[in-house]
Design a binder for this molecule. Structure first.
Ligand SMILES: [Zn+2]
Length: 326
């Protein structure tokens, strides 16, 4: 996790006259999504726990740094919504406070990262509030929020705010160019991400997924790929992500098949793909995609692997019978 170049001003704000990181007991890191607030919070937490920090950053060498890097530091607590939930629940906050209070007598510093803080439901936020009013021992709370306006005013008023705006465009493009390969791609992704560099990286990764799905779809339609092994690879992205991108691809192919003269950004590859099935074949595949999207939205208990195999088989079938008739 490298230090992000546009965070220098925020680091400088926390620097004490001795050059160490100095942080109030509750800090609210706020600003648009994709500006690296969570990464900053994690680096700051490590720096606060480090035994021999170098200026305001962690040394990366001491026992504390090694434990933190392995996710094993007993005094570093990260609170996020459980995997299958969108909210941070009161039990998580109660458990956190129990652990923090229990170890407060040890005299060591503790760091708590809550991200995204606005995911705390009302009872969870109220429970945290009491602790923010009287923090146990040397505990630092780092609340990370893309939408801090959703936090209760009582929580906000007890935190010092540190704001993370989108970086200046030239700086963001220079950094993105290292991740994305070319200046043109970097500029395009940054514009799509409304100036938030980490969001731009995520968009680039997702675009790469669309490209690889398009290749898989073409191979399946040519009968050149085994549906079971393709489904196995898709399982790495999950059914939701795979079916969402596949649905979009199929819809684009249908548009192109229905109006072949239409242009677009990835028309070349898409045109050869669209020609692999008739309009009827594409619509059958769209039905298969939409059936899965609908089942996902109704939270049916889907067997993901089986659904992905069905989808891969449907891709192959959409091409075979009537691809000669448009
Ligand atoms: Zn260290």
């Amino acid at each position: 996790m490298d230090r992000l170049p546009w965070h220098d001003a925020q680091w400088a704000r926390l620097r004490s006259p001795e050059g160490r990181a100095r942080v109030p007991h509750a800090l609210l890191l706020r600003g648009p999504a994709g500006t690296g607030k969570r990464r900053f919070a994690q680096r700051l937490a490590r720096a606060l726990l480090c035994h021999s920090p170098i200026e305001e950053e962690a040394c990366g060498e001491c026992r504390s740094c090694h434990l933190a890097a392995g996710g094993l530091h007993p005094d570093l607590h990260v609170i996020e919504p459980p995997e299958d939930r969108k909210q941070i629940l009161i039990d998580q906050i109660r458990d956190l406070i129990g652990r923090v209070v229990l170890t407060a007598s040890g005299g060591s510093r503790r760091a708590v990262v809550i991200a995204p803080a606005e995911a705390m439901n009302r009872p969870a936020a109220n429970t945290l509030l009491k602790t923010l009013e009287e923090p146990p021992g040397d505990t630092v709370f780092l609340l990370v929020s893309d939408r801090s306006g959703l936090l209760p005013a009582t929580i906000r008023s007890r935190c010092q705010a540190l704001t993370f705006p989108c970086p200046p465009t030239p700086q963001a493009i220079a950094w993105l160019e290292e991740q994305a390969g070319s200046e043109a791609t970097a500029a395009e992704l940054l514009a799509l991400a409304h100036g938030a560099p980490l969001h731009a990286v995520a968009l680039g990764e997702r675009r790469a997924l669309r490209g690889s799905l398009s290749d898989d779809l073409e191979s399946l339609m040519r009968g050149a790929a085994d549906p079971v092994s393709v489904a196995e690879r898709w399982a790495g992205h999950g059914l939701d992500e795979t079916s969402w991108w596949l649905t979009g691809l199929v819809q684009d192919a249908i548009r192109l098949r229905a109006a072949p003269g239409r242009g677009g950004s990835d028309t070349g590859q898409l045109r050869s793909l669209a020609a692999r099935a008739s309009l009827a074949g594409w619509f059958r595949l769209l039905d298969a995609c939409l059936a899965i999207r609908s089942a996902l939205s109704r939270q049916f208990n889907l067997n993901e692997r089986l659904a992905l195999e069905d989808l891969a088989l449907a891709c192959g079938r959409s091409a075979c019978d009537d691809s000669s008739t448009p």
